[in-house]
Design a protein around this ligand. Sequence first.
Ligand code: ZN
Length: 141
Amino acid sequence: MTTTVERPFTAASFEQYLDEKKLMGSHCIHCDANYLPPRAICPQCYGDQLEWVEFSGEAKLAAFTSIYIAPTAMIAEGYGRDNPYLAGVVELDEGVKISAQILGLDARKAEDVKIGTPLKVEFVERGEGEAKKMALAFRVE
Ligand SMILES: [Zn+2]
C-alpha cells in the first residue's frame, strides 16, 4: 500500500481519487484501522492522525441485490426492468467493506451468484459533460 497526505479526508477527495482511478481511504496511524470512504477522525480510538492509503482493489463479494428499478444515471446506461444490474457490498482484502456495482455476473440469475466470489476494482465512467464522473464497481476476475 502507498500513502499520500495532501487532501482532506472528505467524500469530495474520495471522488477526486476515483476520477484518477485510485481507490483511496484513510488509515489510522494510532490503531491501524482502515476506513473506506475515508474518515478524518478514527471512530475506534478517536485519534485524529490519519493518512491516505491506496487499497489494492482485490475483494470478495459480501452481499448483493439485483436492481430492476434503476436510478436515472443507470437508466441512461441502459439498465432497468429488462436489463437489471447487481449492486453489492464487497469486502476488500484489507478488511473494509464498501458498496458498489458488481460487474461480470448475471443479475437475472441471482441464485447463481455466490457470496465470497473474488472481485477486482473497476472504475466506470458515468454521466455526460460536467456531470461526468467515475463510479466504483467490482468485476469478477
Ligand atoms: Zn484509530
